[in-house]
Design a protein around this ligand. Structure first.
Ligand SMILES: *Cc1c(COP(=O)(O)O)cnc(C)c1O
Length: 375
C-alpha cells in the first residue's frame, strides 16, 4: 500500500493502461496461452521488428535477462571483463556479473550522459594489449570481451564513434537500449549499431509488458541461439524432453506479450505526447540560471523517456533542497543513479577516470515525465 503522502505525489513515470490493453490481455487469458511462446509473443516480436527496423527480435522475461543471455551467447564467461558506463542503472553491470564476469567502468560524456568515446579510447589504449587476436587488460590479466554502452533517459549516446573504437580494439558492442525505444540517431533506431541491442519493458519504461525485455539483432544465428538458450535449450520435438546444454527459463510469457502488443500500438501516440511535454519543459527552463533543460543530442531523435535538468551548482545541498522542495510540492523528482563503481559489490572493479560521470550524477535531476502530464 502507498501511504497518503506518496499517493498524492505525481510519479516519475507511471504506465498508462486503457481498454485496449485490458481487451488484449483478456484475449490472451481466454485463449489459454499464458506462458512462454504463444501467438502474442510472435506478434510482439513482429511489431518490434517494424518499430526498430531490426531483422531479428527475441522477446525475453526482462531487460536484465536479455542482456545476460546476449553477453553469454557472445562468449562472456568467468573472469572476463566487459566495459560499461559507470553512470547507468545497476542492471547493466548485474548482467555482466550474471556471466561471472567483471564490469570495467568508463566515464560518461556531458551532452548525452552516455559512454564517452574519448574516455573509452583512452582507457582501452592505456590498459589493453592485443595477443593472438584477444584484447587483454594488462593490469588485471583478464580478457576484455565486449563494450555495453547505454542510451541514458532515452537520449542516444555517441554510438557510431563508440562502435568504431570498439571495433578498433576487436570488441563487439551490445547496446543497452532499455530506455530508448523509439529513439534514433541519423534515422536509425538505437540498438541497431552494435552486434545486438537490448530493450526493456519494465513498468516504468515508455511501453510496458509488466516485466519484459528483448534482444534485437541482424545476426540470424545469434537470434536463433538466444531463442534456444532462453527456452531451456530444448530441442524441438513433439513429446520428448531433450536439452543439449544448460539453458534458461527467460522467454517472455504470452500474457505479458499481449499487454506489450497493445502498448506498442500506442507507441506513436506516447512518443508524440512526450515530445510535447519535453518542449514545454524546455520553454519553462529557458533563461533559468539555476537549472538547464537537457535537449536531445544533435543528429538524434530522443524518445524523451525521462526529462532531465542539470543544476548549475555542483553543491549537493542545492540538489537536496530542490528534491526536498519538489517532493513537498507534490512532484516526485529523482537524482540520477549513484555511480555503479561506488556500490559495495562493484567497488573494487577496474575503472578509468570517472570525473564527468560524477559531475553529472551530482547535478542531474529527473522530472516527472509520465503520460498523466499532458501539456
Ligand atoms: C530498465 C533498465 C534495464 C533493464 O531492466 P529490467 O527491469 O530488467 O527490464 C537495464 N538497463 C537500464 C539502463 C535500464 O534503465
Amino acid at each position: 500500500m502507498l501511504g497518503p503522502a506518496t499517493e498524492s505525489l505525481l510519479p516519475l513515470h507511471e504506465p498508462e493502461i486503457t481498454e485496449v490493453e485490458r481487451a488484449t490481455v483478456d484475449e490472451s487469458l481466454r485463449s489459454g496461452w499464458v506462458s512462454a511462446n504463444g501467438p502474442f509473443v510472435t506478434q510482439f516480436e513482429n511489431q518490434l521488428r517494424n518499430i526498430t527496423g531490426a531483422p531479428h527480435v527475441v522477446a525475453m522475461a526482462s531487460g536484465t535477462a536479455a542482456l545476460h543471455l546476449a553477453l553469454h551467447a557472445l562468449g562472456v564467461g568467468p573472469g572476463d571483463e566487459v566495459i560499461v558506463p559507470a553512470l547507468s542503472f545497476v542492471a547493466t553491470a548485474n548482467a555482466v556479473s550474471h556471466c561471472l564476469a567483471t564490469p570495467h567502468f568508463v566515464d560518461s560524456e556531458p551532452e548525452t550522459f552516455g559512454l564517452n568515446p574519448f574516455a573509452l579510447h583512452k582507457q582501452l589504449k592505456s590498459v589493453t594489449i592485443s595477443r593472438d587476436g584477444v584484447t587483454l587488460n594488462r593490469q588485471t590479466g583478464a580478457t576484455i570481451k565486449a563494450v555495453v554502452p547505454m542510451h541514458a533517459f532515452g537520449h542516444p549516446c555517441r554510438i557510431r564513434e563508440i562502435v568504431d573504437i570498439a571495433n578498433e580494439f576487436g570488441l563487439p558492442v551490445i547496446e543497452d537500449a532499455a530506455e530508448s525505444l523509439g529513439s534514433t540517431t541519423n534515422n536509425c533506431h538505437t540498438g541497431n549499431f552494435g552486434h545486438a541491442g537490448m530493450l526493456s519493458f519494465n513498468g516504468n519504461k515508455i511501453a510496458t509488458t509488466g516485466n519484459g525485455g528483448a534482444i534485437i539483432t541482424n545476426d540470424e544465428d545469434f537470434a536463433q541461439r538466444l531463442r534456444h538458450l532462453s527456452t531451456t535449450a530444448k530441442l524441438p520435438h513433439r513429446w520428448l524432453y531433450q536439452h543439449d546444454e544448460v539453458g534458461w527459463n527467460y522467454r517472455l510469457p504470452n500474457l505479458n506479450a499481449a499487454l506489450g502488443c497493445a502498448q506498442l500500438k500506442r507507441l506513436p501516440d506516447f512518443l508524440a505526447r512526450k515530445r510535447r511535454l519535453a518542449f514545454r519543459y524546455q520553454q519553462a527552463f529557458l533563461g533559468n540560471d539555476v537549472a538547464t533543460f537537457t535537449k536531445e543530442p544533435g543528429n538524434a531523435q530522443s524518445n524523451y523517456w525521462l526529462n532531465t535538468i542539470r543544476l548549475s551548482s555542483g553543491d549537493m545541498t542545492v540538489r537536496e533542497a530542490v528534491l526536498e522542495a519538489t517532493h513537498h510540492a507534490g512532484y516526485l523528482c529523482r537524482p540520477a543513479w549513484g555511480l555503479l563503481s561506488q556500490l559495495p559489490m562493484y567497488q573494487s572493479c577496474p575503472q578509468g577516470d570517472l570525473s564527468t560521470a560524477l559531475q553529472i550524477e551530482r547535478t542531474l535531476i529527473c522530472l516527472p515525465s509520465g503520460p498523466r502530464l499532458e501539456p
